[in-house]
Design a protein around this ligand. Structure first.
Ligand code: HEC
Length: 194
C-alpha cells in the first residue's frame, strides 16, 4: 500500500471517530444539566407520590385494604399518566419484582435496578440519579423503599400481609411477585423520562 493511501485511510478513520464518538448519545450531562434534571425529577416524583398516597389513604379510610387494592388497580395508572402529561414526561414505577407485569422494567431500568440493589445490599444509602439515554432523552430514577404502610399489601403473606388480603391481590394480579418485603427493603424505582 502506498504511503499516501495509508495516510488517507488513517485520516478518514479518525474523522469518522470524531463524528461517531462525539455524537449526542454519548455526550455526558454537564454538571448544570445533572443538577437541573435531578431537581425536576424530584419535584415530579414527589408530587406523583403525594397524589397517589393521599388517594390511597382516602381509599383505605373508605373501605379498608380491599377498597385500596381496587383503587391501586384502577386509579394508579391514570393519576400517574395525568401528571406525566402535565409535566410532559413519561412517569413509571418499576421493580425487579413487579405486581403488575405492565410495570416491568426495560433493559436500562433493569440495569439501574440491579445497581441500586447491589448498593443496598452493601449497606449504602440510595440516591436519585440521572442518565442520558438517547440523543435528547434523559432518564431520572429515584429509589423507592418499603415503609410500614406498604407492608399491608407488599409484606410477608400470613404476617404483615393478611392472607385474606393477599387472596384479593392475587385475583387482580395472578402474576404478583411483589410480596414478602420487610421494612426498609429496596422495593423499586421511580423512572421519569424527559
Ligand atoms: C392497598 C394496597 C397497597 C399498598 C398499601 C401499597 N401498594 Fe404498592 N401496589 C399495590 C398494587 C395493587 C400495585 C399494582 C398497581 C398497578 O396495577 O399498577 C402496586 C404497585 C406498586 C409498585 C409498582 C411496581 C409493581 O410492582 O407493579 C411499586 C413500586 C409499589 N407498589 C410500591 C409501594 C410502596 C413503596 C408502598 C408504600 C409506600 C406501597 N406500594 C403501598 C398495592 C399497594
Amino acid at each position: 500500500m502506498k504511503l499516501s493511501n495509508i495516510i488517507l485511510i488513517s485520516t478518514m478513520t479518525s474523522l469518522l471517530c470524531l463524528f461517531s464518538c462525539n455524537n449526542d448519545t454519548q455526550k455526558r450531562l454537564s454538571q448544570e444539566e445533572t443538577t437541573e434534571y435531578l431537581m425536576k425529577g424530584k419535584e415530579i416524583t414527589q408530587s406523583t407520590f403525594k397524589a397517589l398516597s393521599s388517594e390511597l389513604k382516602a381509599a383505605l379510610a373508605r373501605g379498608g385494604i380491599e377498597e385500596a387494592i381496587s383503587y391501586c388497580n384502577i386509579q394508579a395508572m391514570p393519576i400517574t399518566d395525568s401528571l406525566a402529561k402535565a409535566y410532559d414526561v413519561k412517569i413509571k414505577r418499576t421493580s425487579l419484582k413487579t405486581r403488575n407485569p405492565d410495570n416491568a422494567p426495560n433493559e436500562k431500568e433493569q440495569e439501574i435496578l440491579e445497581g441500586y440493589l447491589k448498593l443496598h445490599q452493601q449497606g449504602d444509602s440510595l440516591k436519585p440519579s440521572v442518565h442520558r439515554i438517547g440523543v435528547d432523552k434523559v432518564l431520572f430514577t429515584a429509589p423507592i423503599m418499603v415503609q410500614p404502610l406498604c407492608l399491608n399489601c407488599h409484606g410477608e403473606v400470613g404476617k404483615s400481609l393478611q392472607q385474606a388480603n393477599y387472596e384479593i391481590i392475587k385475583k387482580h394480579y395472578p402474576d404478583d411477585q411483589a410480596s414478602g418485603y420487610e421494612m426498609g427493603d429496596f422495593r423499586g424505582i421511580w423512572s421519569v423520562e424527559f
